[in-house]
Design a protein around this ligand. Structure first.
Ligand code: COA
Length: 226
């Protein structure tokens, strides 16, 4: 079963559950303090263009069994970057890799507009608090996708940003017709592994090889960071 099947099954279960709901029930309180059933459904049915993950001051924790919410997060693919965006990205990179040199605006633009790349940025109040790069490439066995360089600012973790970025990458890859979505993560990255497994990724029985310095690995080092 692929992650797409899981998402489709989840959607079917939600549809089935809502189909029998009487009109009056939509405005009745849900298990989440301060939220009606309609609020919860709206929250779960995230918009195509912009994933509104949270709403200020509301806490779905009790109702949905997930952590508390503090902010609204907007996910978009970057095409260009302001100087402030570049500064934010350069604050994130050291949290992902100790060996990644900072990027300038041109480098960010090059990554964002590279064919097959989607550089997703999660924003809270306009500021970039997380990034993810989705890479798609056609090969003889089909269109393949990879998720790379996922990082959320330390101060913003645990609020669904990593999940929102990953879900948006899955949506884009699915819309493009990707057969598979691959990613790798070091075993010590516990939060990342839990996140990916929660979203339906399974471990693949394969060997991952790397030739260090086989090209422009930023500074010619084979990175052990990711
Ligand atoms: C991995 C990483 C991207 C996760 O980002 P994040 O924004 O904290 O991710 P989420 O908030 O979606 O999920 C993390 C936790 O918050 C919880 N959470 C998820 N959605 C939530 C929500 N809407 N509200 C509150 N909590 C939520 C999850 O249950 C999860 O808890 P867990 O750690 O017990 O599994 C982040 O920890 C990070 O940048 N780590 C360093 C770099 C790294 O390891 N990158 C991955 C490289 S492959």
């Amino acid at each position: 079963m692929t992650v797409f099947d899981d998402l489709a099954a989840e959607q079917d279960r939600l549809d089935h559950m809502l189909a029998g709901l009487e009109e009056s029930r939509w405005t009745s309180p849900s298990g989440a303090a301060g939220w009606t059933i309609a609020d919860v459904v709206l929250h779960l049915a995230q918009s195509e263009e912009s994933v509104v993950v949270t709403t200020s001051g509301r806490d779905l924790r009790a109702g949905l069994g997930i952590g508390s919410f503090a902010m609204s997060i907007d996910i978009q693919a970057l095409r260009d970057a302001t100087d402030e965006d570049v500064r934010a990205i350069n604050r994130l990179l050291p949290q992902l890799s100790g060996s990644a040199p900072p990027l300038d605006r041109e480098a960010v633009r090059r990554i964002a507009t590279w064919q097959g790349n989607s550089l997703l940025a999660a924003r809270s109040a306009g500021d970039i608090i997380g990034i993810l790069t989705l890479v798609m490439f056609p090969i003889p066995t089909g269109l393949r996708a990879r998720i790379e360089d996922v990082v959320v600012d330390e101060a913003a973790r645990g609020q669904g940003t990593g999940a929102a970025l990953t879900r948006e990458a899955i949506r884009l890859a699915q819309a493009a017709g990707a057969r598979t979505i691959d990613l790798t993560t070091r075993p010590s990255r516990d939060a990342a592994s839990r996140l990916y497994e929660r979203l339906g990724f399974g471990l693949r029985d394969t060997r991952v090889y790397r030739l260090a310095g086989g090209g422009d690995d930023r500074r010619g080092r084979g990175s052990q960071d990711r």
